[in-house]
Design a protein around this ligand. Structure first.
Ligand SMILES: Nc1nc2c(ncn2[C@@H]2O[C@H](COP(=O)(O)OP(=O)(O)O)[C@@H](O)[C@H]2O)c(=O)[nH]1
Ligand SMILES: [Mg+2]
Length: 692
């Protein structure tokens, strides 16, 4: 592929609700621009974009793919991002490196949750948006209804640039409202078109929509507005130039109509991207390292690039995707990773088309490419010239919402699990792996149950590591409710040989502190050197638990009396006596199970408040507040037992169709209600039997 000057590059992301047609559109663009000679289909698992075996198996996109398209002497780097909620991390990283977002809407469904997620990700970065109403050939396709849903949710900047001719099986073309020409699609899928006059029956509607469009364009250009109000004739080229400016400033969101799988309207979308999408040199970037340097897309300036994606490939190893923001990067060179503060050796550079890696000698400002085998670099890092160290704005990833516990199936899985988990989190920064301090389990967190499951399937497929997955243990605790005095235990074994003798009296009482130990031994009843062993015995017994094997907390143990034997007493004997005495005392002190309670904040569109509240009530939550937020959202604050919300990511997604978010933080422990105690004890016993 030839090298393009910065003004002939476009970096464009395709975003939408899952299934709206992004991958099919990428395929149609590659086919129309003759980069491929066969139009693949998602159902057949033969598209360029969905190349990963997990994507082919599930016929959905899981990871962002890149497809460079050459069109009208311009290189358009298409980033095809996944649309499902679990992969929103990919949306964030793709949105970070594109200068234009194409948001697809299914013509028979209108705006959906994923459309809103894409829209807000674009708004967050002030990335201009083109709306494409796709699947115009499908049953129930309705351009007007879909357009209306977009205008009602996204506002009046949304105006059609195209008016479709026909719909469903009779979707045969569009009227370009700027040119006021009818563009008819060929009957085949070759993407060719013919230009003609606007059909009479659509002329009025087209005129009215054109007026809206011209007015919207003129609104962002004073001189043009004057001429418009004075009914001056305004040339189409002038309008197109003003549209480009208004678009880049976010004053207008043009709407197109397409049908990707029959390759209709694809060429027109590519034309629109060449005509109005910003080029990299229209968008400078500011460094965030306090040096306040503005980085321009100038190939001769000092090198700076942002890493937006990492793939752990079982064969080539780590593949790092990046966008060059300034300067030129050459194969076989050295750069500085200013985020990790380490030098990196750059081997062979590639541009990527799906899974295909096309070697190139250099990558210039504005372009997107990849390199293998970097060692010190993660997604979000800045790579720069050793001589000018800058840090570019990184990528903000959403917090994980769902946590699972994983355990290796076999010994060999155990040996490989650590590395494999590290590699899949390297690939996906919305995954977190760690060790639960309270339960010692290896836990993995992600944006949802299927997100975690897919990641573990990938780990099994890519790195041959198989694990059992389950909900993490709830870190219950146990404690006592009343004091018990003078509980005695004598550990005595004197049957020949070295005997054992340890004898203690203890008091136990509830305490605000995690654990208190004191002694009021009188007259050396228990020699001083054995007192630490008594405390150790008590602690060990506390760790083992009383009712269900959960650690005991909030007790005060006092060693009050005892006796010893000159020969047979030992630390071990007193430790055993102490742990038995503790169990005896605590079991007599009305032990109970404590459960962790979380503070949860749930943010939802107002219309779901009732459903979310009643669901929280079924989860034993205590709502402490409801705060109206901007854009018609409400935040509910509540205290809820951790055990009730282990699957809340899934529950909330189904209640709010994916429009709700939540955060949780640990708050306190509370006593488990009596009706739940038996099931907790039974579950703990089963788990212990399975692990013994
Ligand atoms: N009828 C019709 N089906 C389409 C069109 N675009 C995509 N599809 C189908 O919609 C499904 C999802 O498409 P895909 O490209 O994977 O959507 P993505 O999830 O946004 O990448 C697939 O079954 C496609 O064949 C279209 O324009 N018309
Ligand atoms: Mg896709």
């Amino acid at each position: 592929m030839k090298t393009y000057p910065v003004e002939r590059i476009r970096n464009v992301g395709l975003f939408s609700h899952g299934g709206a047609g992004k991958t099919s559109m990428t395929e149609a663009m590659l086919f129309t621009s003759k980069a491929i000679n066969r139009l693949g289909r998602v159902e057949d698992g033969n598209t360029v974009s969905d190349w990963d075996p997990d994507e082919i198996k599930r016929t959905i996109s899981i990871s962002t793919s890149i497809a460079p398209i050459e069109w009208r002497d311009t290189k358009i780097n298409i980033l095809d991002a996944p649309g499902y909620a679990d992969f929103v991390g990919e949306v964030k990283s793709a949105m970070r490196v594109v200068d234009c977002a194409v948001v697809l809407v299914d013509a028979s469904a209108g705006v959906e949750v994923g459309t809103e997620v894409a829209w807000s990700a674009a708004t967050e970065r002030s990335t201009p948006v083109i709306l494409v109403i796709n699947k115009m050939d499908r049953e129930n396709a309705n351009f007007a209804t879909a357009l209306e849903s977009a205008q009602s949710i996204f506002g009046s900047t949304v105006v059609p640039l195209h008016l479709p001719i026909g719909a469903e099986s009779s979707f045969s073309g569009v009227i370009d409202l700027l040119d006021m020409k009818a563009i008819t699609f060929s009957k085949t899928t070759d993407g060719s078109t013919t230009v003609g006059e606007v059909p009479a029956e659509l002329r009025d509607e087209a005129e009215a929509l054109r007026l809206q469009l011209v007015e919207k364009i003129a609104e962002s250009d004073e001189e043009l507005m004057m001429r418009y109000l004075e009914d001056d004739a305004i040339e189409v080229d002038e309008l197109r130039a003003a549209l480009r400016t208004a678009f880049a400033q976010g004053h207008i969101v043009p709407v197109l109509a397409t049908a990707a799988t029959t390759n209709r309207g694809t060429g027109l979308l590519l034309d629109t991207l060449v005509d109005i999408a910003p080029a990299p040199h229209d968008c400078s970037a500011k460094t965030i390292d306090g040096k306040d340097i503005t980085v321009y897309a100038d190939a001769d300036a000092s090198f700076a690039a942002l890493v937006f994606k990492t793939i752990a490939d079982p064969f080539v190893g780590k593949l790092t995707y990046f966008r060059v923001y300034s300067g030129t990067l050459k194969s076989d060179s050295h750069v500085w990773n200013s985020t990790s503060g380490k030098e990196e050796r750059i081997g062979q550079l590639f541009i990527l088309r799906g899974k295909e890696q096309i070697p190139v000698g250099e990558l210039r400002a504005g372009d997107i490419g990849a390199v293998a085998k970097l060692t010190e670099t993660r997604t979000g890092d800045t790579l720069c010239a050793t001589g000018r160290r800058v840090i570019l704005d990184g990528i903000t990833f959403p917090y994980p919402l769902f946590t699972a516990a994983v355990s290796p199936k076999t010994k060999s899985d155990l040996d490989k699990m650590g590395t494999a988990l590290a590699r899949i989190t390297d690939e996906d920064q919305t995954l977190r792996v760690g060790r639960d301090q309270a339960t010692g389990e290896t836990i993995i967190s992600g944006l949802g149950e299927s997100h975690v499951q897919i990641a573990l399937d990938r780990m099994a497929r890519k790195f041959g590591v198989n694990v059992d997955v389950g909900l993490p243990m709830v870190p219950y605790r146990e404690t006592i409710q009343r004091s018990v005095q003078r509980v005695e235990y004598k550990h005595k074994k004197q049957t020949g040989g070295h005997g054992q003798y340890g004898h203690v009296f203890i008091d136990v009482a509830p305490s605000d502190k995690e654990f208190e130990f004191s002694e009021s031994i009188f007259g050396g009843a228990v020699p001083r050197q054995y007192i630490p062993a008594v405390e150790k015995g008590v602690r060990e017994a506390m760790d083992e638990g009383l009712l269900a094997g959960f650690p005991v907390v909030n007790v005060h143990v006092t060693l009050t009396d005892g006796s010893y034997h000159n020969v047979d007493s030992s630390e071990m004997a007193f430790k055993i006596a102490a742990s038995q005495a503790f169990k005896k005392a605590a079991l007599a002190a009305q032990p109970v199970i404590l459960e962790p309670v979380l503070k949860i904040e749930v943010t939802i569109p107002d219309n779901y408040t009732g459903d979310v509240m009643s669901d929280l009530t079924t989860k034993r939550a205590h709502v402490s507040g409801m705060t109206p937020m901007e854009r018609g959202f409400t935040r509910i604050e509540a205290d809820v037992p951790a055990a009730e919300v282990q699957r809340y990511a899934t529950d909330l997604r189904s209640i709010t169709q994916g429009r709700g978010t939540f955060t949780t933080t640990f708050s306190h422990y509370q006593q488990v209600p009596a009706h739940l105690v038996d099931s907790i004890i039974a579950a703990a016993k089963t788990r212990q039997e399975n692990h013994s």
